[in-house]
Design a protein around this ligand. Structure first.
Ligand code: IVH
Length: 672
């Protein structure tokens, strides 16, 4: 008798449920279960797939993040070119477009669809029999890059469609980063002392066009699908609006703000509504796209060059203004970077008064030839800090002067350094009060040592009054000294002191984060804490050891080693320890027990019977090992599956240990 195997059906049901909730959450913005219930479903599916690896399919919701690509992207040809749009900058130009369309079609009355023009990056998604098989960038319109691995990580892109659609379906849309996700990313970067990103569009594009899907996944990108591309099958829609409806029903995310319009007055109404309303959107929109609805009409109108006659981008005015650049100031960041900023004659840009703007760095100022005293164009885009675009040269006077970075730190007077391959000037003095003020704020902040009561103002006072010269000094402040400070009451002093005391028991990860080591954000601090168990152990690690840990690259390793190498920092750690700040992580120390495959390099060749190679690689990594695509002298094991290629010969030549799938499983399961 055949035994009924319930697992495949359970897996299938779970996937259906997850896809359905995913669609409700991402595409419809209407979740019906909580995040934790969703996580539970995912956990159950992961569990079943771990038990039965043969059931894992590439479109399973668990398979969004795959391994990083070793080389660049493959090129893909677009079966239908990805067009761009002609622009209209005012009502007259919009009307002229409609008149031309009307004349060419020889009809007075035709439907148009209005959509928001999202400022992101255009992508093409190809589904075969309902499964996502390719994601590509627009490229030059004819050929783009295959970024399937990265686009699979975007939550609002379904890996499989909800309904069986045409045999082959291409959807096109805009991938973007919300204003909020962008702001959060920049906050995290600021906390790590890393340079900020300039705007959400470039950041979204950069996140899609890089080789590590895990990085794309961390960026919280989104998509709105705005068109049907090359599609083969029966019963295809006759109009753009119907196509959008069809795509929506299949689970693709369509904007709720799309609208059918019959007259140009209605289009203008839509435009005016969003001209104001765009500031309240969660993403940056730079105009309205107007499209002739009927596909038959679209065909009759055709394309000139790369621009279809049947659509136009009715652009919002850029949020720019011209004003005087009164001065260029320089502030010193937490990591010592000298950041120039523009002091402007106040001017209203996009509804807000702007008095200051970023100027990036000295090279940028010179490249744009911005001089103090110039009239300059200032732009505010979305949530971004205002920027100086460039000078209005026609209005330059003789008084305008070329900017030079100060040779000495404007705060502590230390000699400024500039590394040859770096655009940034730095104050090298870790004890520089400007740096120290930023560091102290960070040290006491909620995600770090969480010393409530010590806000920005008191940090400033403690430094100014000489009570703290490094973060460890916090722990020797007395009530007496605190009460001497202006506007300090007994209650507040007691609260601050008790919070300082309580901070001694923060976990190691928080303490490591609090130190403000360049590139060590809260996640990295967590990883270091788990691996090293005490600050002293982290301090002892050399670059080689650090780089050997999955998740730590050479930049981070170098920064950690440089931090603990500086005598000033070592002194602070000693003082912290003496004061009782020496957190330790519980559990077995970093070593063979915790990560049995630490330092082992695997190369896998041929197909495995029990799991896909990507899964084997993930399991190896989880146990501390790493994988490579070729056999080299560093390879510890060559794992051979069915039909191994030439790698076996290489392993024999180099004397690399060769194991089969069973051997790998023994290592993974700790049976050897
Ligand atoms: S339609 C002919 N619709 O704008 C069809 N494009 O300048 C061309 N874009 O490359 C695209 N939102 O990246 C269309 N609702 C929308 C859009 C949109 C943003 C971008 C797209 C395109 C560029 C054209």
């Amino acid at each position: 008798m055949e035994i009924d195997d319930p697992v495949p059906q359970q897996v299938e049901d779970l996937r259906k449920k997850i896809n359905c909730h995913n669609h409700r959450y991402h595409a419809l913005d209407d979740p019906v279960i909580s995040d934790s219930q969703f996580d539970e479903l995912m956990a159950r599916l992961r569990e079943l797939e771990a038990l039965r690896p043969e059931l894992v399919t590439p479109d399973s919701p668990t398979q969004r993040v795959g391994a990083a690509l070793a080389e660049g992207f493959a090129q893909v040809e677009h079966p239908l070119p990805m067009l761009s749009l002609a622009n209209a900058f005012n009502y007259q130009e919009l009307e002229a477009w409609r008149r031309r369309v009307s004349t060419l079609l020889e009809v007075d009355d035709f439907r148009m669809v209005c959509e928001l023009k999202i400022d992101g990056l255009a992508v093409s998604l190809t589904y075969e029999d309902g499964r996502l098989v390719q994601g590509a960038t627009r490229g030059d319109g004819y050929r783009g890059e295959d970024v399937t691995h990265n686009l699979r990580t975007v939550g609002s892109i379904p890996l499989s469609l909800l309904k069986p659609g045409p045999a082959r379906l291409e959807a096109r849309g805009e991938v973007f980063m919300s204003k909020e996700a962008f702001a959060r990313l920049n906050e995290e970067r600021a906390a790590k002392g890393e340079p900020l990103y300039a705007n959400p569009r470039n950041t979204a594009a950069g996140s899609v066009r890089q080789l590590d899907p895990a990085m794309t996944a961390s960026r919280n990108l989104e998509i709105y699908v705005y068109a049907l591309g090359h599609t083969e099958g029966e019963g295809l829609p006759a109009s753009h609006w119907d196509a959008l409806e069809m795509l929506g029903e299949m689970g693709l995310r369509i904007s709720r703000h799309n609208k059918i319009c019959h007259t140009i007055a209605e289009v203008e109404g839509y435009y005016q509504e969003w001209l104001e309303g765009r500031h309240g959107l969660s993403f940056h929109a730079d105009g309205v796209v107007v499209k002739v609805d009927s596909f038959l009409h679209q065909e009759q109108l055709g394309v000139v060059g790369r621009e279809p006659r049947w659509a136009i981008a009715y652009k919002f005015p850029a949020e720019q203004a011209v004003t005087r650049l009164l001065n260029i100031g320089v502030n010193v960041g937490r990591t010592g970077s000298l950041n120039p900023f523009a002091v402007l004659e106040p001017v209203v840009v996009g509804g807000a008064t702007v008095k200051m703007a970023t100027l990036h760095n000295e090279d940028d100022i010179h490249r744009k030839d911005i001089r103090v005293g110039d009239w300059v164009t200032v732009e505010r885009a979305g949530e971004v800090i205002p920027q100086v675009i460039g000078p209005v040269l026609a209005r330059r006077t003789k008084e305008a002067r070329v900017f030079e970075m100060p040779a000495l730190c404007p705060v502590c007077g230390a000699e400024v350094v500039k590394l040859p391959d770096d655009a940034i000037h730095k104050c090298p003095n870790a004890a520089c009060p400007a740096q120290f003020f930023e560091l102290l704020k960070h040290f006491v902040s909620r995600g770090a040592m969480d010393i409530e009561g010590l806000g920005e103002r008191w940090c400033r006072v403690l430094i100014a009054e000489g009570l703290v010269k490094d973060v460890a000094d916090l722990y020797s402040i007395t009530e007496e000294r605190l009460l001497e400070l202006e506007r300090m009451g007994e209650k507040l002093a007691a609260r601050i002191l008790s919070n300082i005391e309580a901070s001694k028991s923060r976990p190691l990860s928080r303490a490591l984060f609090a130190l403000g080591i360049l590139h060590v954000g809260s996640e990295m601090a967590e990883l270091l804490a788990q691996r090293f168990r005490s600050i002293d152990e982290v301090a002892k690690a050399d670059e080689e050891r650090l780089v050997g840990i999955p998740g730590i690259g050479p930049k981070i390793a170098a920064s950690v080693v440089a931090y603990f190498g500086a005598e000033g920092n070592r002194e602070v750690i000693r003082k912290l320890k003496d004061a009782g700040v020496d957190p330790r992580e519980e559990g077995p120390p970093d070593g063979m027990d915790a990560l049995p495959l630490e330092g082992k390099v695997f190369c896998i060749t041929g197909a495995l019977a029990t799991m896909p190679r990507s899964q084997a690689a993930a399991r190896i990594k989880a146990l501390g090992g790493s994988t490579t695509s070729n056999v080299t002298r560093k390879t510890s094991y060559l794992v051979v599956g069915a039909e191994p290629g030439s790698k076996r010969d290489a392993a024999l030549r180099l004397g690399t240990e060769i194991i089969d799938e069973e051997g790998l499983l023994s290592l993974l399961e700790g049976r050897s």
